[in-house]
Design a binder for this molecule. Structure first.
Ligand SMILES: Nc1ncnc2c1ncn2[C@@H]1O[C@H](COP(=O)(O)OP(=O)(O)O)[C@@H](O)[C@H]1O
Ligand SMILES: [Mg+2]
Length: 414
């Protein structure tokens, strides 16, 4: 193992590990975790999305610090009144470092909330409460979601954190020179070889209906993923099982809860359907973002149905219905929503794919809108042979000018 993990942890400084897709950022993260584990250093391993967390065997930072979908640093006042705050605060005080992968999708506001929570828990006015922060990611990949939010590097907390940058430059994911050049050009918005790059991609274009059934399909938006999923479900033989969600509570709360929960109002599955989990299992058998297949659907003695899954890690698990709740400040339940905590997942959004390596990949570019989405999608696979694309005419390369400028300044400094 190289000595970088040791140097990083011993320095106790805040670090930002960056570099293009496939440069080994998450690989280095894992080496840091390994070094920490064998040297009595406690590091929390987290990421900005559920799928990114799975990639590094961690949990989401939202879950770890208990802030969920909140963006505002004022939320800390509410958080410290929650019954689970003492446990969160105790955890924050136990550890030596916090690692966050895929930091590009964490907003400036969320970073300030994270900073505020750590300060509060550790009763310290130092940046991030004096904990060592190890940020990992690439700001030339997907930006945070939300109106009027900025990148983490635009926050005051980032500046006060006095962060040392490690810029990785190799590419371990893609071997072909042509493909690497294409990806690098797309990442930074360099159009000097655009006709060559267009030709390479045109060569990979197929019709939507010819997509190889073994492939994971990346799409721009959730509703397109849903469309693909129903299409694929239709192709499976066997009995169809339908489950309707049950919503309770006052209409206003009920509606807003069912809108924020990702589980379908009507879930339809068959044996062998590809699925993704939407919540963390209390026993840790799966987490939000774990993928697998439906093995069977059974009825238990009391007539309640449950679904048996074969997860991608080979584990077989039984999944029962889950109840999401909306509560007021006194933890009184205002509304609830009951459904199986899973969704069909042949098609997934580019947003969910960031961080993953997907060998057999099809990208449907229809409706592409976010900056860097084209780069994130294309950089998931290892080789052009394993890639097919559709709706290439909708593929637009957009590089965020602020992120580009951030790297220009960063790299000129070295
Ligand atoms: N130093 C390394 N030696 C060998 N393989 C590596 C190394 N770094 C990364 N890889 C492999 O390359 C792929 C991409 O690495 P990853 O860490 O996921 O990249 P990033 O997080 O920068 O996008 C992974 O399959 C990983 O196992
Ligand atoms: Mg990564």
């Amino acid at each position: 193992m190289n000595n970088l993990p040791k140097k990083i942890l011993k320095s106790k400084k805040n670090i930002f590990i960056t570099g293009p897709a496939g440069s080994g950022k998450s690989y280095l993260l894992n080496q840091i975790v390994e070094y920490a584990q064998t040297n009595n250093i406690l590091a929390a391993v987290t990421a900005s999305t559920g799928t990114a967390a799975i990639n590094v065997n961690g949990i989401t930072i939202h879950k770890f610090l208990g802030f969920g979908i909140q963006q505002n640093k004022q939320y800390v006042k509410t958080l410290i009144e929650k019954p689970y705050w003492p446990r969160i605060a105790a955890d924050i005080n136990k550890i030596d470092a916090v690692i966050i992968d895929e930091i590009s999708m964490i907003s400036n506001k969320q970073i300030e909330l994270i900073d505020t929570i750590m300060k509060e828990a550790r009763h310290s006015s130092k940046a991030f409460g004096g904990l060592q922060m190890i940020f990992v990611g690439d700001f030339l990949q997907l930006p945070p979601i939300g109106r009027g939010v900025g990148y983490a590097f635009e926050s005051l907390s980032w500046k006060e954190g006095d962060i040392n940058v490690i810029n990785l430059t190799n590419n371990y994911r893609q071997k072909e020179t042509d493909f690497r050049e294409l990806l690098n050009a797309i990442r930074i918005g360099d159009s000097s070889n655009i006709s060559k790059h267009k030709e390479i991609l045109l060569d990979r274009e197929i019709k939507q209906m010819d997509v190889d059934p073994e492939k994971t399909i990346l799409v721009s938006k959730n509703d397109r993923a849903n469309k693909y999923n129903l299409f694929k479900l239709d192709e499976l033989k066997g009995k169809e099982y339908k489950f309707s969600a049950i919503g309770k509570g006052e209409k206003e709360y009920k509606n807003s809860l069912s809108k924020s929960v990702l589980a379908d109002e009507t879930l339809i599955v068959k044996k062998h359907a590809r699925i993704i989990m939407l919540v963390n299992d209390v026993d840790g058998k799966y987490i939000n973002g774990t993928q697998g297949y439906v093995a069977n659907v059974f009825a238990s003695k009391d007539g309640k149905e449950y679904i048996t899954l074969e997860l991608d890690n080979g584990n077989i698990v039984d999944v029962h219905k889950y109840t999401w709740t909306a509560k007021d400040y006194n933890d009184k339940v205002l509304a609830s929503y009951e459904q199986f905590p899973l969704k069909l997942a042949w098609g997934i959004t580019i947003h969910k794919s960031q961080g993953a390596t997907i060998e057999d990949l099809h990208i449907d570019f229809a409706g592409l809108f976010a900056p860097s989405a084209m780069y994130v999608a294309l950089s998931r696979t290892t080789s052009l042979d394993k890639l097919t694309v559709s709706n290439l005419r909708n593929a637009r390369n957009m590089t965020d000018p602020k992120a580009k400028r951030y790297y220009e300044i960063l790299l000129n400094k070295d």
